[in-house]
Design a protein around this ligand. Structure first.
Ligand SMILES: O=C(O)C(=O)CO
Length: 367
């Protein structure tokens, strides 16, 4: 009897367990179906974004996953095969390195466009009031670009001062038979640095220069707070001319605006020391390149190191390309994997917010 009761109890337990297991399985299937449906609905609900090409002509391959997570994307080449078909579904224009250009001819094919999200802080290529007048918001990626760009400014400054590229070329030249003693650079430690433009990037340059015991001067539209100045030991130069006259290295980090176009021209270069080096990580048009080529040729200044030129790249016969005292890199100030991923993430966050009609994390407002 005892034994029978035990068998009965175990059978009951097993039945309950298996019933609840099969209920669980049914529920699991049900919730999996719902999840799949949800995912499908979400995938279908993804908005469409127009991007420039992938690869050297536009976005790095390695960041496309960030965009595709939230957008159906179409590249320019594909788009232009049938703009009338694709145009109406595009809600966001995701730009990398100023491309695709938000020109009226393109905008007129994009009647549903809500937002232009630029990957980069400089938006000199965008007509913000015009876009806003079409009901299109504009955003950029400030903050996330600052460290990498400041690092690049320091890399150029150091490489130019210590003739790193010249040294490399001599070292790998099969004709080299001895270490040339003529390769003499200029001292960075203890020198005077003039920073033109003391926004996020300029300030990061100052922080880095402090480690080189540099005397730091800066010129900016607005003076920074005393606390900011003291933290990096920077002195404000109200007059740009004073900064130019006193600096051994001049680093240009301003936005390109009508006020800063051609900011460094013949007159400014002639104020600089003949031993001075000009570093530009802002935009090519801030420096008058013809004036710069002349100043470098005549020895008005010692050298220039440029991550930006106008245009990019320079025509192959441009005078700057044949000068021995100029170092040029192809606008790679933000080119690190970590930084471009952060830029693309912020760009996508801006684009999504724009599509949903929410406040953009970093909207550019017209001045
Ligand atoms: O952030 C910018 O404006 C850049 O130029 C990045 O390359």
């Amino acid at each position: 009897m005892q034994c029978l009761r035990q068998v009965w109890r175990m059978t009951k337990l097993w039945t309950v367990a298996s019933t609840s297991r099969s209920l669980k399985v049914t529920n699991l299937h049900r919730s999996m179906n719902t999840l799949q449906q949800k995912q499908q609905v979400m995938a279908e609900a993804k908005p469409w974004g127009l991007i420039s090409e992938v690869g050297d002509e536009g976005f790095q391959e390695s960041v496309i996953d960030i965009i595709e997570k939230h957008f159906h994307i179409i590249c320019l080449k594909e788009f232009f095969k049938n703009p009338m078909l694709h145009g109406p579904k595009i809600q966001a224009l995701l730009m990398w390195n100023c491309s695709p250009a938000a020109e009226p001819s393109l905008l007129s094919c994009l009647p549903s466009l809500k937002v232009v999200a630029n990957g980069g802080v400089g938006i000199d290529h965008l007509d913000v009031p015009y876009l806003n007048s079409l009901g299109v918001k504009v955003a950029n990626t400030p903050g996330v670009v600052s460290d990498a760009t400041a690092d690049m400014a320091m890399a150029l400054l150091l490489a130019s001062a210590r003739m790193v590229v010249e040294g490399h070329l001599i070292s790998v030249d099969p004709k080299t038979t001895h270490v040339p003693q003529s390769l003499l650079g200029v001292e960075v430690t203890g020198s005077t640095l003039g920073i033109i433009g003391m926004g996020n990037i300029g300030y990061k340059v100052a922080q880095r220069s402090k480690g080189f015991d540099m005397r730091i001067l800066y010129h900016n539209r607005n003076r920074r707070s005393v606390e900011d100045e003291q933290a990096v030991g920077a002195s404000y130069c109200e007059k740009l001319d004073d900064l130019l006259k006193e600096s051994d290295f001049v680093v240009v980090v301003v936005n390109l605006t009508p006020d800063t176009t051609g900011l460094i021209s013949h007159r400014e270069l002639s104020l600089m020391k003949p031993t001075a080096t000009l570093v530009n990580v802002s935009r090519g048009l801030v420096v008058d390149q013809d004036a710069l080529a002349k100043a470098l040729k005549s020895g008005t200044i010692r050298a220039a190191a440029l991550d930006v030129t106008h245009p990019e790249p320079l025509p192959r016969d441009h005078p700057l390309l044949s000068l021995p005292n100029v170092l040029i890199t192809p606008h790679i100030g933000t080119n690190t994997n970590a930084t471009i991923r952060k830029m693309v993430q912020l760009m996508v966050d801006n684009a999504l917010a724009g599509v949903k009609g929410l406040p953009l994390p970093s909207e550019v407002k017209p001045k």
